[in-house]
Write a protein that binds this ligand. Structure first.
Ligand SMILES: [Zn+2]
Length: 243
């Protein structure tokens, strides 16, 4: 399991990289950072981790009977061969919806917004199902997109990393993982993974238990995706905070 200390070390290394890159353009795309899997293939020495514990493996357990809110499920109809599902806790939903102004037309949500999702993943072997459960969302307050692309600056990443760090400190007994990211496609845009989004996913959230969600706060639609190829899966909003 990738325990807290390992994750914190990754975050610290990210901070180190951020600080070492102060000469770079402030609006480098997030895909420039090898954030979640620095132990896999790193070219920058600052990211090299030599004694990382075994990669995180989602726990095996049966999929619980979650209480969901059907009216705000993701815009996807499950077929027969379901391999992934994403559940978003009430708390995380409120955090994300507040950040992106879900159902509102405000100045802040005219451009793309985004953040990191933290929670748990597990595997239901009987169903052949990988399940992600988002517990907390960490918002990139400084994120400002151009309408076509989401751009998260170094400062924004650092803000989010600091938030994750604080959260881990406050919840030492939980085995929280960074299980994905979210971002918006505002106004008339549909919700899909663009080429840039896919590049971000494959570089930073490439594990089979990592997800992306794309939301349009104005149309009030969203879709969920998983793994390095950003394959679509069904996403659900939970109706309560517990497990
Ligand atoms: Zn996008």
């Amino acid at each position: 399991m990738l325990k807290k200390n390992s994750l914190k070390r990754i975050l610290a290394l990210l901070c180190q990289k951020l600080q070492g890159n102060t000469m770079s353009n402030e609006t480098d795309e997030i895909s420039n950072f090898n954030f979640i899997s620095p132990h896999k293939s790193t070219s920058g020495r600052k990211f090299q981790i030599v004694d990382l514990s075994l990669p995180y493996q989602p726990e095996e357990m049966g999929e619980p009977q979650y209480s969901i809110i059907p009216s705000i499920g993701s815009d996807f109809v499950e077929g027969q061969n379901v391999t992934h599902r994403l559940y978003i806790s009430e708390q995380a939903r409120k955090q994300i919806f507040r950040h992106i102004g879900w159902g509102k037309n405000i100045a802040d949500n005219q451009v793309e917004q985004g953040g990191i999702m933290v929670g748990h993943a597990f595997v239901d072997k009987e169903k052949g199902l990988t399940v992600g459960v988002v517990r907390q969302a960490f918002t990139g307050q400084s994120a400002r997109g151009s309408g076509a692309y989401l751009e998260l600056s170094h400062q924004t990443w650092k803000e989010m990393v600091d938030q994750v760090d604080e959260f881990l400190d406050a919840n030492p007994s939980e085995d929280f993982q960074i299980i994905g990211w979210y971002h918006t496609h505002p106004n008339g845009l549909s919700v899909f993974m663009s080429g840039t989004d896919r590049a971000t996913q494959s570089r930073m959230f490439a594990e089979i238990w990592q997800f992306a969600i794309v939301l349009n706060p104005h149309k009030q639609i969203w879709r969920a995706f998983y793994g390095k190829d950003a394959v679509e899966c069904k996403g659900f909003m939970l109706a309560y905070t517990g497990t």
